[in-house]
Design a protein around this ligand. Structure first.
Ligand code: ATP
Length: 224
């Protein structure tokens, strides 16, 4: 467990993971080293708030993340959002993690986001409260440059005010800073994988073999 006996910042990685792929996995793996994290808590969404209900059952998405991260001691899986079987919002999720029986108020938490997700933050439920709960770490993503001139004005202002270019600064407070980090640029998306599978084309090498075997066994994503 990455959180046991380690008070370094902990990465929090939420997503639909519909399905999980190597873009997600490299982002998480590289974030640990780039930001000196104790590890990553993966949190697959129950019903994602801002997109259509995935056609694959939430437990299937969860199972695929479990398969993908099973042998990585830096990663743990948080099943609570899927088990709650309701719409997932990040602020209440972080409030749950801030309770004393989880991490409490002082542990630095770092919410990992791809650059596309970061740019869309102002659509999130209670999004300004994120800064009271976690730091934000924005990963570069192909096709989604971080361009302050293109960001919503409030978000660009937050970036200017909160940005820290020293990853060590994330360990100095529980929440409220923004950092960015470069990851190996993999132009992989779950949308692309779903389209390949629906078209009966190969998705091999875009996601772990264990995940591919699972979705083939259960005939997931095979219909348009
Ligand atoms: P979809 O294509 O269905 O929108 P996705 O591939 O973007 O899915 P999500 O589960 O929506 O995957 O993403 C979870 C998080 O991972 C988001 O913060 C997203 O920006 C980030 N992410 C996903 N794929 C990549 C990638 N290839 N490189 C960097 N970040 C990524």
């Amino acid at each position: 467990m990455p959180e046991a006996q380690d008070d370094r910042p902990l990465g929090i990685y939420g997503g639909t993971f519909d399905p999980v792929h190597y873009g997600h996995l490299r982002l998480a793996e590289e974030a640990v080293d780039a930001l000196d994290l104790a590890g990553i808590r993966w949190i697959p969404a129950g019903q994602p708030a801002l997109r259509e209900t995935p056609r694959v059952a939430a437990w299937q998405r969860l199972t695929m993340v479990r398969l993908a991260i099973a042998d990585n001691p830096r990663f743990v899986l948080d099943t609570a959002e899927v088990e709650a079987a309701r719409t997932s919002y990040t602020v209440p999720t972080l409030e749950r993690l801030r309770q004393v029986d989880h991490y409490g108020p002082r542990r630095p938490l770092v919410l990992l986001l791809g650059a596309d997700a970061f740019a869309a933050l102002p659509a999130w439920h209670r999004w300004p409260s994120l800064y009271d709960l976690a730091h934000l770490a924005v990963a570069h993503r192909p096709g989604h440059p971080i361009d302050l001139g293109q960001l919503p004005a409030a978000l660009a202002a937050d970036w200017r005010q909160r940005f820290c270019d020293r990853p060590a600064a994330l360990a100095e407070s529980p929440c409220g800073r923004i950092a960015s980090f470069a990851t190996t640029q993999l132009a992989i998306s779950a949308t692309q994988i779903r389209a390949l599978l629906a078209g009966r084309r190969s998705a091999r090498y875009l996601l772990p073999d264990e995940v591919l075997a699972h979705l083939q066994q259960h005939r997931l994503y095979q219909e348009n």
